[in-house]
Design a protein around this ligand. Structure first.
Ligand SMILES: C[S@@+](CC[C@H](N)C(=O)[O-])C[C@H]1O[C@@H](n2cnc3c(N)ncnc32)[C@H](O)[C@@H]1O
Length: 257
């Protein structure tokens, strides 16, 4: 007999095929006077309905951009040389984070220097339609650099060991990724494997615009009892139609915002 999860997986596959035929446009985002004109290719229709499609822009992505702009000064940016976005969708967050690296002169696009080799950003999703849009957005923002793919895209499905072989990152992040307890568990098991054990600052930042209280309890228990991940609730404005921002790390956080 087919399980509920099997049904969900089939529906997801059908949705991905459907998404590939939706029309898209390029949209520009201004966050403040400095961080502006960040462009992404995104579905023309603004309402994703009840599907978790990544070709639409989800509210937590914008909130996570504002958060990173607020907290990631040069000192903070320097702590995280390898970046990984999970379930990126349109990858607005990565486009914004990379802009911060460029603005702070940690990555130089036209004048190569030794520092630029240090930063690498990998943008992932399980949906290839999203990855195609993201590759266009990287070009539209002029983030490509001759002879050096400092931003790359890759298919990554949570809990698929083939996708995450030998990969470890300093900073993982994602927005609006959790829509069931099952996916929360798969995501966090993957996060645990991907966090760089050699970097004491390594962490995963998750921003969510929807969340059931039971799911938050499940996540906290999972971190504590099974994964051994430190959990910090950085912000919780979900009851005022805002977002939850959470931090997960291997080691105790040395600072709190
Ligand atoms: C609600 S969308 C959020 C997209 C984007 N982060 C945003 O905030 O606009 C969820 C994203 O997670 C991706 N996703 C869903 N299940 C996944 C899985 N098991 N592994 C990897 N990505 C997944 C979807 O393809 C989609 O891009």
């Amino acid at each position: 007999m087919q399980s509920h999860d099997d049904d969900e997986n089939i529906m997801d596959d059908v949705r991905c095929l459907f998404d590939a035929n939706l029309s898209t446009i390029v949209k520009s985002f201004d966050f403040n006077d400095n961080v502006k004109n960040i462009q992404i290719e995104v579905a023309e229709d603004e309402d994703p309905g009840h599907y978790q499609s990544g070709i639409f822009l989800w509210p937590a992505a914008i909130a996570l951009c504002h958060y990173f702009i607020r907290v990631q000064n040069v000192q903070e940016l320097m702590k995280y040389k390898s970046l990984l976005e999970l379930g990126a969708g349109t990858a607005l967050v990565s486009m914004c984070y990379c802009k911060l690296l460029i603005m702070n002169q940690l990555v130089h696009l036209s004048h190569p220097n030794s520092k630029q080799q240090e930063f690498q950003c990998l943008i992932t999703d399980r949906d290839e339609t999203c990855l195609n849009l993201i590759q266009n957005s990287i070009k539209i923002n002029n983030y490509t650099r001759f002879g050096d793919d400092w931003i790359q895209t890759q298919v990554l499905t949570y809990n698929n060991n083939n996708d995450i072989k030998n990969m470890q990152y300093d900073l993982l992040y994602g927005s609006d990724l959790i829509y069931s307890i099952q996916i929360a568990s798969e995501l966090l098991y993957t996060v645990k494997k991907l966090l760089n054990v050699k970097n004491k600052y390594a962490k995963f930042i998750l921003c969510s615009s929807f969340r059931h209280q039971d799911t938050t309890k499940f996540i906290i228990d999972l971190c504590k009892q099974k994964l051994g991940l430190n959990y910090i609730m950085i912000q919780n404005e979900i009851s005022q139609n805002g977002v939850i921002i959470e931090e997960f790390s291997l080691f105790c956080s040395t600072f709190e915002i």
